[in-house]
Design a protein. Structure first.
Lengths: 252, 261
């Protein structure tokens, strides 16, 4: 093995890959969340579909997409590799009595379980939206008067109809809660692994991480809940929706 | 007993102790009862009482590691009620006193659990993996000759304080025992950052971290996932900042050293 592979397969090397990919995936979450906020726009999905058409066809985005595939791939692979190593390190005989809840946070000890829930969600999520839009091509067209956007996939309607299936909404919300807890520990853990621990910045990183975890997971979870609870099958706001949502809708 | 609290009532306790005749044998938890334990006793003195009872009854006493019994040598190593060195924060088992427990308590006592720390017998574990990690690079090479003058090498007070904090590690292994991943990174990081901070450590700075991490991996310790239970259980308060220093020392050494292996 060369020094590079030796470095990257050492215990610290694997941690560093985990941290780098994890923090990279955090930037993806920001982009994904901001883009998806267009679901809340009251235009029968015109803005969202234009955006998703751009994301699916722009050559720069399509190139960066491979970085995303690698980011997810390495993050998941290293998770399995590290879990295997760490389970073996404890040995076959574990503790009869172990009160780790007295010395550490639950989230930090259960990143693997949280990540697995997110992985299951990711597979369902990719199949339902990404696969259908990119490869299956079975989505309805947007239609309408505008010739430029007439043939765009109507991904918006696929989202709206999916978010009217109760178990789908349940899976999404459960996955976002898992994501929130995953980020709760993962965000600051990534900085620590990269050696960024300083009495000036570590408290800041910690609380920014907490805020990031809450905002991102609540932001994503709000989408299925919004469509399930407050809109009809066409994504139009129901009459009995709270007044706040109507006033937000009227702004757009 | 001089200095003891006359109002302290003796305690009767139930002990669940891991018994294992040797490295190869299967072990199991055995229940014992100890009577009239003084709250002023240390945890190890309580085990001494148990062993005297066992010896009087013609039974094999419980093997456990101990040496100075002053909280400085790092020999004692019990996993008590699911915690390294017991429930008290910032203390070794020898400095844990029975007043932290109550009459009638059941106390579970296990050895450190790590693949790299095989159980010798009962509660005694082999921690020579730590010695081999230190031998791999946890030292500075100094030329023999006349003793240098004091303060010949200027070291800022803040740096020497931080190095000393890291140097307080007694190598007990509580970090490995508490860690979900049986990771030795708090131990390794304490030595790496102590020597990386000081001018005497600069000569071997890169090879040290490379060799110590390689030995740590070879011994079969796990990889840190920043849970923090190690630092929470450390009897001398080695902080997680040291692991961050270890990570960047390792990365910098791997990127810049001339070592191609």
């Amino acid at each position: 093995m060369s020094w590079i592979t030796k470095t990257l397969t050492s215990s610290i090397g694997r941690k560093i890959i985990m941290a780098v990919t994890g923090l990279f995936l955090c930037t993806f979450l920001v982009v994904h969340l901001i883009g998806n906020l267009q679901l809340f726009k009251h235009d029968q999905g015109a803005a969202f579909n234009t955006y998703s058409h751009f994301m699916g066809t722009n050559p720069i985005i399509r190139t960066i997409e491979w970085g995303l595939v690698l980011g997810f791939g390495f993050h998941i692979f290293e998770a399995f590799a590290l879990t295997r190593r760490n389970k073996a390190a404890r040995g076959s005989q574990g503790y009869v009595s172990n009160h780790s809840e007295q010395n550490s946070e639950w989230t930090s000890r259960n990143m693997g379980i949280l990540g697995s829930i997110i992985l299951i969600f990711l597979i369902v999520h990719l199949y339902n939206f990404f696969w259908r839009a990119r490869f299956a091509g079975d989505l309805p067209r947007m239609g309408g008067a505008d010739e430029a956007t007439r043939d765009y996939d109507n991904l918006y309607m696929a989202v709206v109809s999916s978010f009217h299936i109760w178990w789908y909404v349940l899976l999404y919300v459960a996955a976002q809660i898992s994501l929130g807890y995953h980020l709760w520990h993962g965000f600051r853990s990534g900085f620590q692994t990269l050696g960024l621990n300083h009495r000036k910045y570590t408290p800041l990183i910690k609380y920014v991480g907490y805020a990031f975890a809450v905002v991102v997971s609540a932001g994503f979870a709000s989408m299925p809940l919004y469509f399930f609870l407050f809109t009809n099958e066409q994504g139009e706001l129901a009459a009995n929706a709270p007044a706040l949502l109507h006033s937000v809708a009227s702004i757009f | 007993m001089a200095g003891s609290n006359p109002n302290a009532k003796p305690m009767n306790l139930t002990l669940k102790v891991w018994r294992q005749p040797n490295r190869q044998a299967q072990g199991n938890i055995v229940e014992y009862h100890v009577k009239d334990i003084s709250p002023d006793m240390s945890f190890l003195e309580m085990l001494d009482v148990l062993n005297e009872d066992l010896l009087r009854g013609g039974q094999d006493p419980v093997a456990f590691d101990h040496d100075c019994r002053e909280g400085i040598c790092g020999s004692c190593d019990l996993f008590i009620n699911g915690r390294s060195h017991g429930p008290e924060k910032g203390t070794t088992t020898c400095q844990l006193h029975m007043r932290k427990f109550s009459d009638g308590d059941t106390i579970t006592i296990e050895p450190w659990r790590a693949n790299a720390f095989p159980v010798n017998k009962d509660l005694s574990v082999d921690r020579s993996a730590f010695d081999r990690i230190i031998q791999a690079g946890g030292y500075v090479s100094v030329n023999t000759g006349g003793a240098p003058d004091g303060n010949e090498i200027p070291i800022p007070k803040e740096i020497s304080d931080r190095a000393f904090e890291a140097a307080t590690c007694i190598g007990c292994g509580a970090c490995v025992a508490a860690c979900k991943n049986a990771s030795a990174m708090l131990f390794v990081s304490a030595k790496v950052s102590q020597l990386a901070l000081l001018p005497q450590g600069q000569v071997e700075r890169k090879t040290r971290v490379e060799n110590m991490v390689a030995q740590m991996d070879k011994e079969g310790f796990g990889a840190c996932t920043n849970i923090g239970s190690c630092a929470a259980e450390c009897p001398v308060g080695i902080s997680l900042e040291n692991i961050a220093i270890l990570n960047r020392e390792f990365l910098a050494a791997k990127a810049a050293s001339n070592n191609l292996a």
